[in-house]
Structures are given as C-alpha cells and as structure tokens.
Design a protein around this ligand. Sequence first.
Ligand SMILES: *Cc1c(COP(=O)(O)O)cnc(C)c1O
Length: 352
Amino acid sequence: MRFLEAHIHLANLRHNYQYLKGLHGNKVLAVIKANAYGHGAVQCAKALSDLADGFAVAAIEEALTLRSAGITLPIVLLEGVFEASEYELIEQHDLWPVVQNQNQLDGLLAYEAKKPLTVWLKMDSGMHRAGFFPQDYVKAFAQLQAAPQVAKVIKMTHFARADEPEQLMTAQQIAAFDSVVTDDKIEESMANSAGILAHPDSHRDWGRAGLALYGLSPMAYPDANLKPVMTLKTKVFGVRELPIGEVIGYGSIFKTERMTRVGLIAVGYADGYPRLASNDSPVMIDGKPSRIIGRVSMDMTMVDLNDDAQGIGSEVELWGEHVSANTVAAVAGTISYEILCNVKRARFVYHD
Ligand SMILES: *Cc1c(COP(=O)(O)O)cnc(C)c1O
C-alpha cells in the first residue's frame, strides 16, 4: 500500500484549545470549518466535545455533518445562510447563524420560527468582505433584537490584519466595533487566532480559534505553547545513486554537486504537497533534517539522502512535529491554512 499518512494528535488539539482558552479568558469557539482545516471535523469535534464552548463552521452542510455524528454543542455558521429556506433546518438542529448582509437579514425576518434563534450579527469594521457598515449595523441590530424569531443577538466582527501587530488596522477595527451598539449586556466576539494571541483588547465574550487550534501560529513568529496536531509523513520507496553533474526530475531544476543518493518518496502535489515547495524545501528523514531536490511531481518527489543509513523504508516527515507547516507554506509562497486544508489521498490515523 502506498505509504502516505496524516497522523492527527488529538491530545495536542485539546492542549491547544486549553492554552488558547486560558489566554483568551472567556468562551472560545473551536473553528472546525473546511473539515477542521483538513484534520477531520467529526474526529476533532468529538475530541473537543467535553472542553469546547462551541464550534464554528462555514455553512449548514458542515454543521449537519456534525449533528449527524452526535455533536450537540452550539455551532455557529460563519457564512450564514445561502438561501432563506435554510432557517428551518437551522431551527430544527439548533444552529447559530451569522447574519452578514441585508438578504440574510430579510430572510430571517420573514421566517416564522417556532422557537426563537440565537443569531450572530456581523459588522464590517474595515475588512470590507462581509457584514454591515457601523452606520447600518445599529438598525439591523435593533430589528433583530425586536424580532420574535430572535432570542439573542451576539455582536461580532472579523479582523483583516490581526496577524500583523505592527499594523494600526486592528486598533481601528476595534474602535469602529466599539463605536455603535455599546450595551454592556450584549455579548461580543472579535478575536480569531491572531486576536487571541496578540490583541487582548479584542478578547471580549467569545473568541474564535482556528489555525492556532491546530498548533500553528498565524503570526510571523512561532509560539512554543502550540503543538502541531497534524504530522504528514511518507517513506522512501526507491533509491538511486547519481554522480556529480547529473540533473533530476521535471525541468532539470536540480543538478548534483557531489555523488548523491536520491530517495524517491510517495507524495506529490496531487496529495496537497505544494509544487512550489520544490528544490531545497525542508523534510526530516529518520529524524534528521534534509531537503527535497528537484521538482515536486504529481505522485512522487525526490529527497537528498545525505546519511548513508537512510534508504528504502526510511521515514520522511513532510510537516508536523519537526518541520513546521508554516515553513513549508512560506517556501511555497502561501500560508499553512492552505496546505493543511489541501491534504488529500493520505491515510488519516487518529491518536488520542
Ligand atoms: C475562519 C474564521 C476564523 C478563524 O480564523 P483563524 O485565523 O484560523 O483563527 C474566525 N472567524 C471567522 C469569521 C472565520 O471565518
């Protein structure tokens, strides 16, 4: 069998949740959208079900998968509804929709609920992706609060640059958020992972932890308290020795500078390993640092076996405990969010 395994360490997930909740100091949603950033939403939700204050997913499909798996904690739908007909399922399954535009608001106000819903009303405090502008937020909030369909409205917004603490934008977004609807009794939510890690003034009543929950910091610097949840690994299944001056792989982008033992490993861009992380990207082979040589291809990649003890069967960590997914992402010109979500074709192995 092709050896490509994503090992998911659920104890690290629990550790990270507790660490982030401790930093935040109040309630924290575990954000498990996009199949828990590629880690497996049902398994992650179950592992957190006795710790988390609730979960957040992108849309109703993801929430229904969790409810079918027996998850009973609150679930926020971060994108809200796509069609007004979803409000009925939302009520039936006790979900908490975000309302982020007039269309979603009108649909909710026209819906006849048997039991009033908890709704998260999103403000556009400056990111300009979704939400009501502060000046329109006041009216939308009042309409929801007065609506018989609504039991409770939670005030929320989302940051555009909280991972860049030197930027003033987060402070400006917080000021915009605090400029309207200022009743102390209203619960608030602003902080994503970067907000929890770097902006204590954004903590409020509910944090929303995504990336950091999986053990990776969204900041430019690492956080030693976060433990990576996923280790992606494969094995060497072919070895060849090449003399000096030989090229390898598509495009011949690597040329040997010494007698080189080249290991062939079972991972490629069809598995979600980024093709842009070719030549010189870090890997660990049997616990020793090495590198990819040549171009990552669809199913296979080559590594530099710079230790004579390495050969067929040697284990190669692509990212995880020793090689940070943040480093691989940086080499590929992207972010660890994207490469974690992209893992495919691997066998997932869950550890408690
Ligand atoms: C994805 C998402 C989060 C989590 O962001 P991280 O940077 O992964 O912590 C929080 N809030 C909203 C609205 C999101 O869409």
